[in-house]
Design a protein around this ligand. Structure first.
Ligand code: ADP
Ligand code: MG
Length: 268
């Protein structure tokens, strides 16, 4: 236990995969909670109009709550929308309301449409943060492009089932394009295997295939399929507080530790 080393420079990690239901939101929320429980100050930016990350963190995102849409399209400072997550010291959330669904279209005609999130983050100095995690929607549109432009690190969650690697090529080609034209610093830093079912041979085959492709980028920790993980959001909690002793919570804690210490090594 105790605090983990804080990064020398604030780390921004975008969690993206254009497939829905692979564990982007679950991974964003639980890694953020785990990091905050070990002395890190963490902001989760909810970039999905569904607002699932906001829900899981118990941050209001209905009605006319100021949200990420107003930051991206309305030039509102990020500091005006960021909320503290209840009962989680050091954890913050920039919520998404359904308004954000309009942003994909509205951004098209705006100046510097791909760099609006980067600009908003650069101007944010209200809280000294160690980590910013950006939870992307299940698409490769302008919202995800904004996240890829705003970030240094990309984390891809991969669900351990059939077709897991389908679509990954398209995501990686987009990453190459963003790197070539908009954000030369972008790196694929981390792959997390999610919803692993140890009873099936398919899950271990997928895991092996991903590891042989991506090597050390893949975290050693694998996130198991666990009912507790899927129950937690309906209580407005991460599984880290909902059931800290569950296999899912322990796995996300291990994954967060790997991420924290890996970077310490990179930055040293
Ligand atoms: P995404 O953000 O990529 O669409 P989610 O994180 O919302 O994916 O996960 C999709 C669904 O799977 C959600 O209902 C979530 O609760 C569930 N889920 C995610 N990870 C796990 C897990 N390790 N075990 C069980 N259910 C999970
Ligand atoms: Mg999601």
């Amino acid at each position: 236990n105790g605090d983990w080393p804080r990064p020398k420079e604030r780390r921004i990690i975008t969690v993206a995969n254009q497939k829905g239901g692979v564990g982007k939101t679950t991974t964003s929320v639980n890694l953020a909670a785990a990091l905050s429980m070990h002395g890190q100050r963490v902001l989760v930016i909810d970039l999905d109009p569904q607002g699932n990350a906001s829900t899981a963190l118990s941050v209001e995102h209905r009605g006319d709550v100021p949200d990420v849409y107003q930051v991206l399209v309305g030039d509102r400072p990020l500091s005006e929308i960021v909320k503290e997550v209840p009962e989680m010291p050091g954890l913050y959330c920039a919520p998404a309301t359904i308004d954000l669904a309009g942003a994909e279209i509205e951004l098209v005609s705006l100046v510097a449409r791909e760099a609006r999130l980067r600009r908003a983050i650069a101007a944010f100095d209200a809280i000294e943060l160690d980590y910013i995690l950006i939870d992307c929607p299940p698409s490769l549109g302008l919202l995800t492009v904004n996240a890829l432009v705003a970030t240094r690190e990309l984390l891809i969650p991969i669900q351990c089932e059939y077709y897991a690697l389908e679509g990954l090529g398209q995501l990686l080609r987009n990453v190459d394009l963003v790197r070539a034209h908009l954000n030369p610093d972008l790196i694929l830093s981390t792959i997390v295997l999610t919803m692993y079912d140890g009873r099936t041979r398919l899950a271990s085959q997928v895991a092996d295939e991903v590891r042989s492709h991506f090597g050390d980028t893949v975290l050693n920790t694998v996130i198991p399929r666990s009912v507790r993980v899927s129950e937690a959001p309906s209580y407005g909690q991460s599984v880290m507080t909902y059931d800290p002793g569950s296999s899912g919570a322990m796995a996300y804690m291990d994954a967060a530790r790997e991420i924290a210490y890996r970077a310490a090594a990179i930055q040293a």
